[in-house]
Every structure is written in C-alpha cells, then in structure tokens.
Design a binder for this molecule. Structure first.
Ligand code: ADP
Ligand code: 5GP
Length: 198
C-alpha cells in the first residue's frame, strides 16, 4: 500500500461542518500556499450547484456509475455524508499520483471519511475548520441559497455531530474571517513543512 511516509508528498485532510466556509477559504489557500498544494477532486452523486464544474469541483457521477466504481474498489473511502442515498467519495486516483509527484494533496471530506483515511495514512495532517457559532453556520448555509430547507436541517444536525469530533483533529481553525483563516492555514502548512526538515 502507498504510504504518505514513503511517498514524497503529504496528505492534508480538512473537515468541518457544511457551511463553515471550507470551500471559500481553501480556494484562496491554493493561491498562496507555502507548499505545492493540490486538491483531491472527490466524486459525488449529488447534483452540481450553479457554477460548479464537473471534474473541477467534483466528479459528478450517476448512482450507477458511483456504485460501479465502488464495486471496482476505486475509492480510498466513500460515505453517504448526510444519509438519504447521496454518496461522496475520495478516488484513489485523485490522491496517489499527486503524492508520488511530491505534491501536498488536500482532501476536503467529512469526519467519517477522514477517520478512515487516517487509518491508511497515519501521518496525514488533519485540520478542522469551524464557524464561530452554530447560529452563524445556519446564517451562512441559508445565505448560500443552494440547499432546500430539509437539506439545511440535515446539514445542521450533521454539524452538531461533526463539531463534537473536532478534538480528533491535530489542528482547529476558526473561520470567523476569511483572510485570517487563510493565513492561519498557511502558517500551519509552513510549520509542518519546517518540522519535516528538523
Ligand atoms: P463549506 O464549503 O464549508 O460548505 P462555503 O465555503 O460554501 O462552506 O461557505 C458557506 C457560505 O458562507 C458561503 O456563502 C460563503 O460565501 C460564506 N462564508 C464563508 N466564509 C465566511 C466568513 N468568514 N464570513 C462570512 N461568510 C462566510
Ligand atoms: P457539499 O455537498 O457541501 O459539497 O459537501 C458536503 C460534505 O461532504 C462536506 O462536509 C464535505 O467535506 C464532504 N465531502 C466532500 N467530498 C467528500 C468525499 O470524497 N468523502 C467524504 N467522506 N466526504 C466528502
């Protein structure tokens, strides 16, 4: 099995409740990261949001395609994050080639997926992004205007579960302000990189 210790790259796992601002913050981080950071593009069976591009934001698969790839063993991990039959998963091919090229491959995945990836890659750098409060999280989810009321309720319930697991992550970053959160993430990566050369 490929291991992050033997590959030249590093695996970075970012989790946090839906609406915490992960996508917003990470988009900026890719522009200014102090290491060669690349995103792992996940697969999902959820419908694309306006502006989302297939192969960039996600690989948008039909349920049949997803199930077929799952049977073939193409996923490093996959989970129905919010139940309801909607799948999300990390493709092995989205991770291994990047690591072998010395990239820092970033997985933006839920807590359950993160814990299973850490079993394969124990030296993965785990970071939990949190909102300043649950009220603020709800405001952001509603402000995004991309989910139905039922989906918002499922995401808020899941947020409570995920926040209770934040202590399992090596780092926690509060996204109260985008610029500040980006700077903190950048500094975490820089410090981890420096540790490696100690
Ligand atoms: P996630 O990827 O964690 O689900 P998004 O990046 O889609 O979250 O952000 C959810 C909403 O919150 C978006 O409308 C985004 O513009 C907004 N947002 C993100 N970060 C902040 C912040 N620090 N302050 C206020 N609004 C934010
Ligand atoms: P969204 O539908 O808002 O893009 O993502 C919802 C949730 O799914 C987020 O918490 C995100 O981190 C998680 N997610 C996205 N891709 C994956 C994946 O490949 N695996 C797992 N386990 N979770 C994922």
């Amino acid at each position: 099995m490929t291991n992050a210790t033997t590959s030249r790259g590093r695996l970075v796992i970012v989790s946090g409740p839906s609406g915490a601002g992960k996508t917003t913050v990470l988009k900026q981080l890719y522009q200014c990261a102090p290491v060669p950071l690349v995103p792992s593009v996940s697969a999902t069976t959820r419908a694309p949001r306006p502006g989302e591009v297939d192969g960039v934001d996600y690989h948008f698969l039909s349920e049949e395609e997803f199930a077929q790839r799952r049977r073939r063993g193409d996923f490093l991990e996959c989970v129905q994050v919010f139940g309801g039959g909607v799948w999300y998963g990390t493709l092995d091919e989205a991770v291994t080639p990047g690591l072998e090229q010395g990239k820092w491959v970033l997985l933006e995945i839920d807590v359950q997926g993160a814990l299973s990836v850490v079993e394969h890659y124990p030296d993965a750098i785990t970071i939990f992004v949190r909102p300043s409060s649950l009220e603020e999280l709800e405001r952001r989810l509603r402000g995004r205007q991309t989910e139905s009321e039922a989906a918002i309720q499922r995401r808020l319930e899941q947020a409570r579960n995920e926040l209770a697991q934040a202590h399992r992550y090596r780092f926690q970053v509060m996204n109260d302000d985008v610029e500040r959160a980006v700077a903190e993430l950048s500094s975490i990566l820089k410090n981890v990189e420096a540790e490696r050369h100690d």
